[in-house]
Design a protein around this ligand. Structure first.
Ligand SMILES: [Zn+2]
Length: 242
């Protein structure tokens, strides 16, 4: 009996050291931070020309209905969302075929100075990104709280095609940015999207990385599983790695 009890204790201690479970072995929210932009028509920016966001109540208890029941109308690329290969690649995978392997795992947040708008190869190589499986850029958009401000800002920081090429060639499986697009506003061609999505690398756009300073994290970012479409809103959470 004593040996069994000690064995259980040892097991519990190992789990605690692993840092991802409580002493009882149960999952917990401890340490996880939310990097999702809240969907709110009063606060969420919408890409110029994209669909308006509308949230209505079909039934409303405040108006005497026996329940609350909502209807949502919004673009697939609203708030924090994922672009699947189908967005810019003919016959590319839709959002419901993006593998979970890409969406769950180690990620590195790279802090880009507020003065930088173009994350090109030269800018990328100023940072320690090589070997990272997932790379998330925390830019002026987070510094300025732009995912929480209804005005659309054209001068958001973007990933230039030469940096996208380096990331794709470097074995990165997921790329993330903190505004509604990874592409330069008004770019003559969607080269960044084509390069990443063409290699099967989904792009997380519209992260709110204010609570996640530069460093290594675990990330979980799960889009709504909509059949046969090119993108979907997602919930994204992260936890600092030791
Ligand atoms: Zn998108």
């Amino acid at each position: 009996m004593v040996a069994v009890a000690l064995g259980l204790l040892g097991c519990a201690q190992r789990e605690e050291r692993a840092g991802d479970t409580s002493a009882t072995g149960e999952l917990s929210s401890q340490g996880w931070i939310d990097v999702t932009a809240t969907l709110d028509p009063a606060k969420t920016p919408i890409y110029e020309g994209d669909a308006p966001m509308k949230f209505d109540f079909l039934k409303d208890m405040r108006k005497g209905d026996p329940l609350a029941l909502s209807i949502y109308s919004l673009g697939a690329h609203s708030g924090t969302h994922i672009d699947a290969p189908m967005h810019f690649i003919a016959n590319g995978a839709p959002i419901d075929k993006v593998e979970l392997d890409r969406l769950i795992g180690a990620a590195r947040v790279i802090d880009i100075s507020d003065s930088v708008q173009a994350i090109d190869a030269a800018e990328l190589n100023k940072h320690d990104w090589k070997g990272a499986k997932r790379v998330l850029f925390r830019t002026r958009s987070s510094h300025r709280g732009w995912m929480d401000s209804v005005k659309f800002h054209r001068d958001f920081a973007y990933i230039a095609p030469d940096a996208a090429q380096l990331l794709a060639d470097g074995g990165v499986v997921l790329v993330g940015v903190d505004y509604i697009s990874a592409e330069q506003f008004g770019a003559p061609a969607p080269r960044t999207h084509q390069i990443l999505l063409g290699r099967g690398i989904p792009i997380v756009e519209g992260l709110d990385l204010r609570p996640a300073p530069a460093g290594d994290y675990d990330v979980i970012v799960l889009p709504l599983e909509v059949a046969g479409h090119e993108g979907a809103p997602a919930r994204a959470i992260m936890r600092k790695r030791d």
